[in-house]
Design a protein around this ligand. Structure first.
Ligand code: SDX
Length: 426
């Protein structure tokens, strides 16, 4: 390793000193600036954290330039093809693929915790029927802290694992109940004879007056959606969970903060926004107008589902979801005009200098709405499903952070307000 990568030199008017360079398993190296303020009285200014590593993590690796996504070292494409969501959940939470005994025990715990306390279900009656399901789940998940205070000692690794498993087990039940409540259907209880994805589908679409027969193509597509959305290193919602966790807040409150952050259209809310954008475009002939509008800086219109803070290449998840969307549309015999608009929009944008120059490619949200719509979900459930999957990532980072125990996260600022001034005498 050449010297230039061993330290970074800081030269101020008073002195020059060196800061160590940290090197991970792969990816960008990092200048360790922890002593910068103590030694030089200087802060590092990085709004949006474009050049900031907030922590060390061993869970997920993203190479935005090459379009690479690894969960505990395994490529996302291979996991989506060969694994299943409950196995991926175990991998993300505990670091290694489970053996037969481990996956049986983990699956048994998820089954055991998948039912909701009946009083939790009473919360739903307090929401308006037309409440956005994200509003329902963010409130309900936070309220779980009122039910499981007997298992919230975050200093006890056994209780930490139990709380994390409880959240993974209950989030599909909570999400499905938000849907059934919104459409006036009876709440469905988990069916432990089904796998995680199929059970979610039966809790959403099952009805008491007819047997729910899982459609293998749709359930496999749901399992794949959950795998692809499970984690993505230090994205906005995961960083929100880590920041909340650093204060010692209970796991249910931390995951509720992640749900709140995910909801934004710049983040997990983009899948719902993509469908609204495609519906607004309405016809292939209107695409050039939409593309020009997205390039026009005089408005804040953007192509939803395009661009990414880290990926400056294809988001590997987008390709898998596009393929799954085609499979499901064909299986359902649906000819969704929005898919044709999306495919043409991608083609036109990827040939446009504006998008090429800025390395803007379709991201995970660009095709997921088309797939979920074909599976029968309303637009307002798309981000909820993202939250169901990402709960695994959030609890994995929560567990990792608790294990590290590095104390409260407390960023500083560059103050640009008024200098000290006396209160005016009246
Ligand atoms: C997710 O972080 C994660 O890992 C997130 C996620 C995960 O799994 O957790 O991957 C999930 O959130 C995916 C992203 C979903 N959001 C969207 O699809 C919303 C549309 N995309 C944009 O809002 C935007 O691309 C972001 C928010 C995703 C990224 O924004 P950045 O990194 O802050 O990009 P930027 O604003 O610095 O853009 C650079 C340039 C700007 O133009 P110039 O000022 O250089 O002229 O690109 C332009 C931007 O205006 N630009 C776009 C654009 N995205 C960026 N122009 C038109 N349409 C877009 N979508």
């Amino acid at each position: 390793m050449s010297d230039s990568f061993v330290t970074a030199k800081i030269t101020t008017s008073e002195e020059e000193s060196s800061l160590p360079i940290l090197e991970g398993t792969m990816g960008p190296k990092a200048v360790d600036i922890q002593t910068l303020y103590g030694r030089h009285g200087l802060l590092a200014f990085d709004p949006g954290f474009r050049s900031t590593a907030s922590c060390k993590s061993a869970i997920t690796y993203v190479d935005g330039d090459k379009g690479v996504l690894l969960y505990r070292g395994y490529p996302i494409e291979e996991l989506a093809e060969k694994s299943n969501f409950i196995e991926v959940a175990y991998l993300l939470m505990f670091g290694q693929l489970p053996d037969q005994k481990q996956i049986q025990e983990f699956t048994g715990n998820v089954h055991h915790f998948s039912v909701l306390h009946e009083q939790v279900l009473s919360f739903y009656q307090g929401f308006r029927r037309d409440a956005h399901p994200m509003a329902i789940i963010v409130g309900t998940v936070g309220a779980l802290s009122a039910f499981y205070h007997d298992h919230m000692d975050i200093n006890d690794p056994v209780q930490r694992t139990m709380a994390a498993t409880r959240l993974v087990a209950k989030i599909p039940t909570i999400a499905a109940a938000a849907y059934t409540y919104s459409v006036g259907h009876p709440h469905r209880y988990p069916d432990n004879a089904l796998d995680y994805a199929s059970n979610f589908m039966q809790m959403v679409f099952g009805m008491p007056n007819k047997e729910f027969v899982p459609d293998p193509v749709l359930c496999r597509a749901m399992d794949r959606i959950l795998i692809l959305h499970a984690d993505h290193e230090q994205n906005a919602s995961t960083s929100t969970v880590r920041l909340a966790a650093s204060s010692g807040a209970n796991p249910f409150a931390c995951i509720a903060s992640g749900i709140a952050s995910l909801w934004g259209p710049a983040h997990g809310g983009a899948n719902e926004a993509v469908l609204m954008m495609l519906e607004e475009i309405g016809d292939v002939k209107n695409i050039p107008k939409a593309v020009n509008r997205a390039k026009d800086k005089s408005n804040d219109y953007r192509l939803m589902g395009f661009g990414h803070r880290v990926y400056k290449n294809f988001d590997p998840r987008a390709r898998v979801i596009q393929k799954s969307a085609r499979e499901v549309l064909e299986h359902m015999g649906i000819n969704d005009p929005l898919l044709e608009i999306a495919v043409r929009l991608e083609e036109i944008a990827l040939k446009d200098e504006y998008f090429i120059e800025r390395k803007l490619y379709p991201n995970v949200d660009f095709y997921s709405g088309i797939l979920l719509r074909a599976m029968g979900f309303p637009n307002n459930m798309f981000t909820v499903i993202f939250a169901v999957a990402r709960t695994v990532g959030w609890v994995s980072h929560w567990l990792e952070l608790q294990h590290e125990g590095h104390g409260i996260d407390r960023p500083r600022q560059l103050y640009v307000g008024e200098a000290r001034r006396p209160y005016p005498h009246k």
